[in-house]
Ligand binder design. Structure first.
Ligand SMILES: *[C@@H]1O[C@H](CO)[C@@H](O)[C@H](O)[C@H]1NC(C)=O
Ligand SMILES: [Zn+2]
Length: 460
């Protein structure tokens, strides 16, 4: 073989590997396991690689969504029929749903600001360009910030909003978006929050905006997010090449090309709900903090903690409609470990009540182990543990699984509006409980809740 031929072959390989993954003919199945034996069947389906799971873990009564390739469909259907498992088709053709999500047939509304709108989903460049525009248009209160670079050297860019730079003692809130690449509603909602904090006339939203210095990062996994637009819509992890290997039959080797950033933080790393196998979606990485993205977040949070009263850290994910309270590795009997579970629960449940008022959307509140499944090495648990930030949540946005990651664009604004309702109501309660100052009444309230909690545990 001469050199020209070799170059030719490499060119073809390069072109082939850059081709966007198609989900033509893929279907999404829904199974709700009724008992442990059905949970085992799901485990078997995973082991046999009959499909790719949208959820990271399973338990009795919890929806499992399984993406089944056309060539596996017969075998999958045969298997669940033999096992006598009830399954329904949630999405008949996933590629059609992807196309529809990217090209929504909605009427363009006036819900746009500068170059950006909330009638469609936007790629990383559009988001970063818009952040720059915000700084130009609001030079006194908005400043873009780069917390670090990703594996592929993209900036992790966000914005700092401070309506009162003259204040000496500032309260700080941080919002983290899109740590998981395919959860597009996270980026869309977080950009809406930024817009509202800069432009809203609503007095309550303005108060929430003005009472804090906000540090908001719509996409903390820029490589993964870009990859969902260019190559594989269903990508979740970052794009670390460090653990690339040959994956079992049925799993694309590309699956090993990334680390689950929400399992890579150095708190309870790899203890539960995470994997040491790079061919899985919950690969925790070769070591804790092996990834530049997680290290950048940790370092940024550390510097913030020294700059004022750090009150909020909220990470936005999708889907399932949950407000998750730290810590995620514990069961109910470990809820007191975070120090102020009672307060965080109270604040979250009131937020969920307010959220429901607008459209009837229901969110559940609790520990990850209770409302979903246990997990470890997550960003929000790490932040809570490292800096004891009083109000720390992971919010799983819409929906309950009808569209899941492929939530249609006409749900962006409703999701954003109801989420803002929740944040405003949460903040009202955060202040009421006393987290705006380390005031005596706040301390007293916290002590009461902790004592009540101990009482419940002791006498239950
Ligand atoms: C990975 O985890 C499995 C159990 O989940 C264990 O058997 C195996 O030894 C681990 N491998 C490494 C390299 O740690
Ligand atoms: Zn997620």
């Amino acid at each position: 073989m001469n050199l020209t031929n070799i170059i030719f072959i490499f060119t073809i390989l390069a072109v082939v590997s850059a081709v966007k993954k198609t989900y033509d003919g893929y279907s999404l199945y829904k199974i709700i396991p009724k008992d442990d034996s059905e949970v085992n069947v799901l485990e078997e389906i995973k082991q046999k690689n009959l499909g790719e799971f949208w959820s990271d873990d399973f338990k009795v009564g919890l929806d499992a969504k399984i993406m089944v390739a056309p060539e596996k469909r017969d075998e999958f259907v045969q298997y669940i029929t033999n096992e006598n498992i009830e399954a329904t088709v949630a999405i008949e053709d996933i590629q059609t749903a992807i196309n529809r999500q990217l090209n929504p047939d909605v009427i363009r509304t006036s819900q746009s600001y500068l170059s950006y709108s909330w009638s469609e989903y936007h790629n990383l460049n559009a988001i970063y360009t818009w952040l720059d525009e915000l700084q130009t248009n609001h030079p006194d209160i908005a400043k873009t910030v780069v917390m670090g670079q990703s594996v592929e050297n993209r900036d992790i860019k966000g914005i700092v909003i401070n309506h009162h730079p003259e204040r000496e003692n500032k309260r700080i809130g941080m919002i983290e978006g899109t740590l998981h690449a395919r959860e597009w509603i996270s980026a869309a909602t977080v950009t809406w929050i930024i817009k509202e904090f800069l432009t809203s006339d609503d007095p309550e939203i303005r108060a929430l905006a003005e009472n804090f210095e906000w540090h908001i990062f719509p996409v903390v996994n820029p490589d993964g997010y870009s990859y969902t637009f260019t190559d594989n819509r269903m990508w979740r992890k970052n794009r670390s090449p460090a653990s690339i290997k040959t994956c079992p039959e049925g799993t694309d080797d590309d699956m090993s090309h990334g680390v689950d950033l929400n399992r890579n933080f150095d708190f309870q790393w790899l203890t539960v709900g995470a994997s040491n196998d790079s061919c899985t979606n919950t690969f925790a990485g070769p070591t804790a903090f092996s990834e530049p993205e997680t290290r950048a977040i940790a370092q940024y949070v550390g510097t913030l903690n020294e700059q004022g009263e750090f009150v909020y850290y909220i990470a936005f994910h999708s889907y399932t409609q949950l407000i998750i309270i730290p810590y995620s590795h514990v069961q109910s009997d470990g809820s007191l470990l975070s120090g102020n579970y009672g307060d965080m629960y109270e604040i979250a449940i009131r937020g969920a009540d307010a959220l429901r008022k607008r459209y009837g959307t229901t969110y559940r509140v609790g520990l990850s182990a209770n409302v979903m499944y246990p997990m470890s090495g997550t960003s929000f648990d790490w932040v809570k543990h490292a800096y004891n930030v009083p109000v720390t949540y992971l919010m799983e946005l819409r929906d309950l699984g009808e569209f899941g990651f492929l939530l249609p664009a006409n749900q962006i604004i409703p999701t954003a509006l109801e989420t803002m309702d929740a944040l405003v109501e949460m903040d009202r309660n955060t202040e009421k409980i006393g987290y705006y100052h380390a005031s005596a009444s706040g301390m007293f309230y916290s002590m009461t809740v902790v004592l009540a909690g101990v009482f419940v545990v002791l006498f239950h």
